[in-house]
Design a protein around this ligand. Structure first.
Ligand SMILES: Nc1ncnc2c1ncn2[C@@H]1O[C@H](COP(=O)(O)OP(=O)(O)OP(=O)(O)O)[C@@H](O)[C@H]1O
Ligand SMILES: [Mg+2]
Length: 329
């Protein structure tokens, strides 16, 4: 977190932030004429009281950015002082690799379900303010074990994960790009289910499938799941992006669920993960950082963002770099 970003967030000037850090002897670093700090200082400086929440990232389409957004959202949230738990439910283990962890040597969800390993033993610290339940290939058997043991989908993940909200401000879950018992149980554990969608036909079909499945889960289990959509890899100038946006804004079910800030296409995302870094490692301003910062503020309900509950009327939104442009209707 740079002093400049903290100043914008707290609506103070940089001098005020710096003198507060010095007066309160909060550790910070300097590089390239910028001052920045990490999770512990952020927690002490911002003192946000977060309403603990569990957000599940899910859509039945690969490559729409679930893992990238979970990872960067977790990192940014920790830099606002939130204590975050990431749960990797995808047997590909991409989130686990993003945090540069080797899940071969630690228990994962399949060990918790199949061998009654305590969930707490599967939690490992990965970054200041961030813990992870990692994943590996054996998690592809989760559906099988859920079926064999006849475990109740409505509570099998919900009960243990929701109980962890006492220890974390934020729990984020990365799902595989499929539907099944385990993914359904993850959805049933969620306070909010966020579907990242990209401007492609198949991603929009994937959105329809996950939306229908959430509707069914809600009626079968008598629960209410806060379903949200975030547009990722958006390029305002391309017809594909404009068509996808038009489709979402004109869709009777999706319009109110679409977050008003989209994430622009940016090579910073693949570059960051390839180098084993978050986009927030670098101090230079980028569109990727700007967009993820906005997404984080909106989802955490902190300054500058909109409340995380209630629907967003995209038709009335003003035009700005990373907002749904009003002229696209
Ligand atoms: N806004 C973006 N701009 C450019 N590239 C992006 C963006 N978001 C994600 N990517 C890239 O797209 C690729 C797929 O992203 P990611 O792995 O996060 O998707 P996923 O939905 O988790 O995929 P899967 O369903 O296979 O797990 C990655 O190379 C990632 O770096
Ligand atoms: Mg993924």
């Amino acid at each position: 977190m740079t002093v400049l970003d903290a100043a914008v967030c707290l609506k103070k000037n940089k001098g005020w932030i710096l003198s507060t850090l010095e007066e309160r002897q909060l550790p910070f670093m300097k590089a390239n004429q910028q001052i920045y700090f990490s999770h512990d200082t952020a927690k002490a400086l911002f003192q946000f009281s977060f309403k603990p929440q569990l957000i599940v990232f899910q859509i039945v389409k690969g490559g729409t950015g679930k893992t990238s957004l979970v990872y960067e959202f977790a990192v940014r949230s920790s830099l606002y002082g939130a204590k975050v738990l990431c749960i990797d439910m995808d047997q590909q283990g991409n989130l686990t690799h993003a945090f540069q962890q080797d899940a071969e040597v630690v228990p994962v969800m399949i060990d918790v379900l199949a061998d009654n390993h305590p969930l707490e033993q599967a939690i490992i610290p990965v970054m200041p303010g961030i813990d992870l339940v990692p994943s590996r290939f054996e998690n592809s058997l989760l559906d099988e074990v859920l079926r064999q043991k006849k475990l109740p989908l409505g509570s099998v993940y919900r009960a243990p994960w929701q109980a962890l909200k006492g220890q974390y401000d934020l729990i984020v879950v990365d799902c595989p790009p499929s539907l099944g018992q385990s993914v359904a149980a993850s959805a049933l554990a969620a306070d909010c289910l966020l579907a990242p969608v990209t401007p492609e036909k198949f991603a929009l079909s994937g959105l329809d499938i996950v939306y229908q499945s959430v509707e069914e889960l809600q009626s079968c289990f008598g629960v209410s799941i806060d379903f949200r959509i975030v547009l990722n890899k958006f390029e305002a100038r391309t017809t594909l992006s404009q068509n996808a946006l038009r489709y979402l804004l004109n869709h009777p079910d999706y319009e109110s669920k679409l977050l008003k800030h989209y994430i622009r296409l940016s090579q910073e995302f693949p570059k960051g993960i390839a180098n084993g870094n978050s986009i927030f490692e670098s101090l230079k301003p980028t569109s990727a950082k700007e967009d993820l910062d906005k997404l984080t503020q909106v989802l955490l309900g902190i300054s500058g963002g909109t409340s995380q509950s209630g629907s967003l009327d995209a038709r009335r939104l003003t035009k700005s770099s990373a907002k749904i442009p009003s002229h696209s209707l």
